[in-house]
Design a protein around this ligand. Sequence first.
Ligand SMILES: Nc1nc2c(ncn2[C@@H]2O[C@H](COP(=O)(O)OP(=O)(O)OP(=O)(O)O)[C@@H](O)[C@H]2O)c(=O)[nH]1
Ligand SMILES: [Mg+2]
Ligand SMILES: [Zn+2]
Length: 284
Amino acid sequence: MNTRIFALDFGDYIVEDKGILRTVHLPKTLRIKYPPIVGDLVVLDASQTQIIEVLPRRTYLHRPRIANLDHVFLVNSLVEPVFSFNLLMMFMSFAAYYELTTTVVFTKLDKASLEDYPVEIAYLNSLHVDTLTFDKYQGVDVQPFIDRIKGNVVAFAGQTGVGKSSIINALNPNFQREIGSYSQALGRGKHETKEVRMIPFSSGYLVDTPGFSSLVLPMLKSELAHLFPGFKAYIGQCKFANCLHLEEPGCKIKEDVNKGSIPLLVYETYQKLLDTCKEKKEYV
Ligand SMILES: Nc1nc2c(ncn2[C@@H]2O[C@H](COP(=O)(O)OP(=O)(O)OP(=O)(O)O)[C@@H](O)[C@H]2O)c(=O)[nH]1
Ligand SMILES: [Mg+2]
Ligand SMILES: [Zn+2]
């Protein structure tokens, strides 16, 4: 019987079977390439206590580590912690690399003044990025969230304290995900959610995840040149197919930056991310 891994439990695995959670073991003798992670589909033995096979993954996200995801809600608060465009662009590039669709969610609208609204929102709009808002205290229409979840495996990802678990509880208060708080002293949330965990919802699954504040981009520079948000539309438009949009002649992206149709701040964010990517694959 196939079942799905819901959470990890100190070397064991928690699986769901018709709404009931159960701990199962992975025999040390089982020959597998990689240990199973949350979201993996596994086959159990007749006694339903041992994993005998890990089925191939449809998709894989390496941070947070989740298998078989369809979609990610990238959660950002406008304040506490302040919005980071850099981190959002990083995560959107990251999700694009893993071929996941995304929705950008802005939270804590109640706490934000007009100056807290990021100027970069205009760029997101011009890219037709799917965007939702969430306001814990003013009530929120959860239907747009449900529409995106239906039948899918959907993760909530973002910095600690932005409100990922709060959104999950708003979808169904019975979930009772633990809610953290924002520490003024630390200038961030307190890492309330400590593990990746799946929750069945609306004929699909939600995945609550721990917060993070940086990522290592797994792609090469040449890949980021296409995967950075909005840059896919430029494929084939630069003079050189391997254009990194830096100093190469005939670069359409540089041309649009000079014209102002790509904001300078967006381009500078791309340059910063490009600096963190490798030139070539390293074989060890
Ligand atoms: N004012 C306001 N506070 C919010 C909103 N959403 C969440 N919060 C608060 O933000 C804090 C953190 O919320 P969580 O839902 O625990 O955030 P999280 O993203 O799950 O954080 P981690 O689990 O630490 O990664 C809590 O004090 C929430 O009450 C909102 O829309 N408005
Ligand atoms: Mg949380
Ligand atoms: Zn170019």
